[in-house]
Each structure stands twice: as structure tokens, then as C-alpha cells.
Design a protein around this ligand. Structure first.
Ligand SMILES: NC(=O)c1ccc[n+]([C@@H]2O[C@H](COP(=O)([O-])OP(=O)(O)OC[C@H]3O[C@@H](n4cnc5c(N)ncnc54)[C@H](OP(=O)(O)O)[C@@H]3O)[C@@H](O)[C@H]2O)c1
Length: 219
């Protein structure tokens, strides 16, 4: 099937903007989810913490294009300098609502159309910090817990969708220079490579996996 479009959440800056640019460079019509500051006809207002906003954004794309072929759940926040024993749980709840439930809301909104089309690619932008196997430091505890949960969401969605033509995978972009990680050495375009690869997988591509630099990463 000819892939026509993609929705990228948090696409106004950082990694999301780089993912959107790379997909557009492949001739895919990209809808850029932005919380505010809609600037172009293909910006769509989308706050992943707001269920009505998610529903309205997906309805708008369906009205325009008839389907959503690719969803990249990129929008994310971190709790930064917290320690697990003393973490502010209201902050943790916001991180959870964005990184886990936000991705889940968006997936639920696009999945009926993807199932009907027999085609879909969902990429959850996770993090190496969410790898249980590598979780030997206490930093950014709410972020780590949320990305481990996002990985679990990836697995259960992929299990449910086996055989439907919808592939669901998680990606670690590596440590990427953005507002979230200003001192990182990797540029956004390099960080976008694995999410974009997963967003454009062929029909026999993997599902239910966790990848960094296009290679499987320990859960
Ligand atoms: N940078 C890294 O080293 C790194 C490493 C591993 C994983 N990641 C992941 O990569 C993704 C992008 O991060 P980044 O580095 O590009 O960070 P960033 O520069 O801080 O950008 C975060 C993006 O998420 C959006 N966002 C936050 N809350 C949102 C909400 N409720 N609804 C919609 N959009 C929301 C932001 O929109 P606003 O502009 O409106 O705030 C912004 O576009 C995140 O999921 C992050 O966890 C990053």
C-alpha cells in the first residue's frame, strides 16, 4: 500500500521536528502535532494530555486524508533532577500522563482507522533510560518508569495487533541534543533515524520490538 501520511506528536521542536522533516523528505505528508502556535496548514493542534484534543486532531486528519498511516508518539517530558525516594509524585503523574497515557490516547485514536485499512505503523519514542536491563542509576525516576511502561505498552499493543498489518515498535533515539538534553553530542537528524526507519517498515518488518540505531535493545 502506498503510504500517504503520518502524525508526529510534539513536532514543533527537537527530535519530533527532525522526525517530521525526515518523513516529509521521503514524500510522506506529515501532520505536525503542536500544543500551540499552529503555523502551517499541516500543523495540527494536539496536546496529548487532553483526550478531546487528541480526538479532534485525529478527526481533522481523517477528514482531510481519510486515514492515518503512521503515528509517531514523540511528545515527552522528563522530571529531571529528582531521586526516587523523594520524587514529587505530582510531577511523576504529569510525566506519566504525557509519556504513557498520551501515547496510549493517540494510539487508541488512530487504531480503528489503521485496522480498517489493514495498515499502520506506530512508533513509540522511548529511551535507553527506560531499559530495565540498563536501569542502574536513580536519575530521572519518573521518566525512567514512564519509558519502561511505554515499552510495555508497545508489547501489549503489538501482541493485540498481530496479523492486522499494524506494526508497533519502540525506539531509543540515543542521547540527542535538544532542549531536553542540551549537552548531548548526537544531532536531532541522527536521533530521528531509528524512529523514521520504524515508521516506514515494510510489511514483513518487526513488531513489538525496542530498537536503537536500528538494532534490538535490551528491554
Ligand atoms: N533528547 C534526548 O536525548 C532523548 C533521549 C531519549 C528519548 N528522548 C525522547 O524523545 C522525545 C522528544 O524529546 P526531545 O529531546 O525532542 O525533547 P524536547 O526538545 O523537550 O521536546 C519535547 C516535545 O514534546 C512536546 N510535548 C510535551 N508535552 C506535550 C503534550 N502534553 N502534548 C503535546 N506535545 C507535548 C513539546 O511541545 P512544547 O514545545 O509545546 O512543549 C516538544 O515538542 C521524548 O519522548 C523524549 O523522551 C529524547
Amino acid at each position: 500500500m502506498e503510504v500517504r501520511n503520518a502524525l508526529v506528536t510534539g513536532a514543533n521542536r527537537g527530535l519530533g521536528a527532525a522526525i517530521a522533516d525526515a518523513l516529509a523528505g521521503q514524500g510522506i505528508r506529515v501532520w505536525r502535532g503542536v500544543r500551540d502556535g499552529v503555523r502551517t496548514a499541516h500543523d495540527v493542534r494536539l496536546d496529548v494530555r487532553d483526550a478531546d484534543s487528541v480526538t479532534a486532531a485525529v478527526r481533522h486528519i481523517l477528514d482531510e486524508d481519510g486515514r492515518v498511516d503512521i503515528l509517531v508518539n514523540n511528545a515527552g517530558v522528563t522530571d529531571g533532577r529528582q531521586a526516587p525516594a523523594t520524587a514529587d509524585l505530582e510531577v511523576a503523574a504529569r510525566v506519566w500522563d504525557t509519556n504513557v497515557l498520551g501515547a496510549w490516547r493517540c494510539a487508541q485514536a488512530v487504531l480503528p482507522g489503521m485496522r480498517a485499512a489493514g495498515y499502520g505503523r506506530i512508533v513509540n519514542v522511548s529511551s535507553t533510560l527506560g531499559s530495565l536491563g540498563l536501569m542502574d542509576r536513580p536519575s530521572e525516576p519518573a521518566y525512567r518508569v514512564s519509558k519502561a511502561a511505554l515499552n510495555a505498552l508497545t508489547r501489549v499493543l503489538a501482541a493485540e495487533l498481530t496479523g492486522t498489518g499494524v506494526l508497533v515498535n519502540a525506539a531509543s533515539p540515543g542521547w540527542v541534543r535538544t532542549d531536553m538534553s542540551p549537552s548531548a553530542t548526537r544531532g536531532p537528524a541522527e536521533g530521528a533515524d531509528t524512529p523514521v526507519w520504524l515508521a516506514t517498515l515494510p510489511d514483513d518488518g518487526p513488531t513489538g520490538g525496542f530498537f536503537r540505531d536500528r538494532e534490538p535493545l535490551a528491554w
